[in-house]
Design a protein around this ligand. Structure first.
Ligand SMILES: O=P(O)(O)OC[C@H]1O[C@](O)(CO)[C@@H](O)[C@@H]1O
Length: 548
């Protein structure tokens, strides 16, 4: 695989970056009154303003040339049509099929994936409807009041985000999420639940993830104590997995299991049976709307011209900022408490997908790949880390996410929220110069002496700091689906440009293996493994001393 940095358009892009280096964003806005129209685009139910990036039309042309050199359009087709885009695991990545139409058929290795997907949604809906109507009860005949979703990573983050975002629409059983193995979330969930009226979803593609299996075992013990028989427990546990053998081994009923497939990665799996908790919480119809929204974004990604294509633009700008301009961290700041889980979901989506250092053909990648993704909701983050964004020594591009219509039934001041969002992106772009501050301070009566210089210097905001603003029409399920799918495709665009495989995650395996190897020593049942280093041995010993 040819390296990104060896492509002719990369050289041209770097030359252009040098030429642009001394032009500020403020100047770019002053020069071009049509900058917003030029650098904004509409997607399904949303508007992306990317005018506050340090780009000109030439930057965009060069980035598009790079995308063409990388064969982005044919790779995109390969993604949608089920070709093997996950080379290291020899699989397609067909999350788009999870929200696509039932026809025409989509054949992959002889199977009509579209039909399989739709049959599964029907099964999920039948179960969710019956639970919500009180017809599918617990083993002792009582209606289900609580659902506990046990899963981690992609088996947790997407559904958790979706249910928090759609909480005002939740009219089904209460849903609790348990991911961490420290017991806090599980205890919290169990404390409010009655074993006779609780359905446990064990969500794990592999059905082997240690955190999930440990939490599942504890939840099953709790059920057993409450409903007496193993058969009764099995009735109240729904496995969602691609590994039925392990379901059987755990004494659970494979007939109740809902499928996952090896052609869907965990972080792309919200749209599958992994989303059952969402469906139970808000109902099948709204879950289908979530799928429809994601499908609308899929169509936009597949059909819109690249220069007006939101995932393409976001992906290209990310490569521009992170690789061409060396800005190695990006913040995501949703201006909605309902989207508080979005930064966490995007961390997994973008960093697990593109945190890679080799190309798809195994050479060390010479381009810097995914930057650190982090964030928190506005306005609280304005009173936490924004100081560093405005005046710190590092430039951090920000994705601001705003919602035009607040979710029905919410109180709060939507306009104040939006004014803050707009103010922050404006402040990052414009900054405040020494001259402006000096004029303000002297107008307010400050003496023009040495102390004024220090007062001015402390107040200067350099500006010229890039951001995107994504404005959603509202937070209806369709919009949420489109938002999440937008970032999924951004990950794909970035990965394609960097020349890496966005669909494997071998890096997380090492830690998992080491943890299992260390567990007997940490429990005090064995010596640390022979290959454990001095630091690890010392820490195990210290830990054991405090545990005794
Ligand atoms: O669904 P599983 O198999 O329990 O995996 C959970 C998570 O673990 C990972 O494999 C690694 O963190 C993720 O990709 C996945 O979402």
């Amino acid at each position: 695989m040819q390296q990104l940095k060896d492509l002719p358009s990369w050289t041209a892009l770097l030359r252009h970056r040098r030429a642009l280096q001394d032009v500020s964003l403020r100047e770019l806005f002053e020069r071009d009154p049509g900058r917003f129209e030029r650098f904004s685009a509409n997607g399904p139910g949303c508007l992306l303003d990317f005018s506050k990036n340090r780009i000109t039309h030439e930057t965009l042309d060069l980035l598009l040339a790079l995308a063409a050199e990388r064969g982005l359009e044919s790779r995109r087709e390969a993604l949608f049509t089920g070709e093997i885009v996950n080379a290291s695991e020899g699989r397609p990545a067909l999350h788009t099929a999870l929200r696509g139409p039932a026809s025409p058929p989509l054949r992959v290795a002889g199977e009509d994936v579209a039909a399989t997907v739709h049959a599964t949604v029907e099964r999920m809906a039948a179960l969710a409807d019956a639970v919500r109507a009180g017809e599918r009860t617990g083993a002792t005949g009582k209606p289900v009041r609580d659902v506990i979703n046990i899963g981690i990573g992609g088996s947790d983050l997407g559904p958790r985000l979706a249910l928090e975002a759609l909480a005002p629409l939740a009219d089904g059983p209460r849903v609790h999420f348990v991911a961490n193995v420290d017991g806090v979330e599980l205890e919290r969930a169990l404390a409010g639940c009655d074993p006779e009226t609780t359905l446990v979803l064990v969500v794990s593609k592999s059905f082997g993830t240690s955190e999930t299996m440990r939490n599942a075992a504890q939840a099953m013990d709790w059920l057993r104590r409450g409903v007496a028989s193993a058969e009764a427990v099995a009735q109240q546990v729904i496995p969602i997995t691609a590994n039925l053998e392990r379901v059987r081994a755990l004494g659970l009923d494979p007939e109740l299991a809902l499928p996952m497939w090896d052609w869907v990665g965990g972080r792309y799996s919200l749209w599958s049976a992994v989303g059952l908790s969402v469906m139970l919480g808000v109902g099948a119809e709204r879950f289908r709307s979530l799928l429809d929204g994601a499908h609308a974004m899929d169509r936009h990604f597949r059909e819109a011209p690249l220069a007006r294509n939101l995932p393409v633009i976001l992906g290209l700008l990310s490569v521009w900022n992170a690789t061409a301009c060396g800005l190695r961290s990006q913040a995501v700041v949703p201006y909605s408490e309902r989207l508080a889980r979005l930064p966490g979901h995007l961390q997994q989506l973008l960093m697990e997908s593109n945190g890679k250092s080799v190309t798809v053909t195994g050479e060390a990648v010479t381009a810097e790949t995914v930057p650190v993704i982090w964030g928190q909701t506005g306005t609280p983050s304005q009173h936490a880390f924004f100081q560093a964004l405005h005046q710190g020594t590092d430039t951090v591009p920000v994705d601001f996410i705003g919602v035009a219509a607040p979710v029905a039934g919410e109180c709060g001041d939507a306009e104040a929220l939006t004014a803050n969002l707009l103010a922050q992106s404006q402040a990052l772009m414009r900054g405040r110069s020494a001259d402006e501050i000096r004029a303000e301070l002297t107008a307010a009566g400050a003496a023009d002496d040495e102390s004024l210089d220090a007062a001015v210097a402390a107040r200067v905001c350099p500006g010229n700091r890039p951001s995107n603003t994504l404005l959603l029409q509202d937070l209806a399920p369709e919009r949420l689906g489109a938002l999440i799918a937008l970032y999924e495709h951004r990950a794909f665009v970035e990965g394609t440009l960097w020349g890496i495989n966005s669909f494997d995650q071998w890096g997380v395996e090492l830690g998992k293996q080491l943890a299992e190897g260390l567990l007997p020593a940490v429990r005090g049942e064995a010596e640390p493994p022979a290959n454990a280093d001095a630091s690890t041995r010392g820490l195990v010993a210290a830990y054991r001393r405090w545990r005794e």
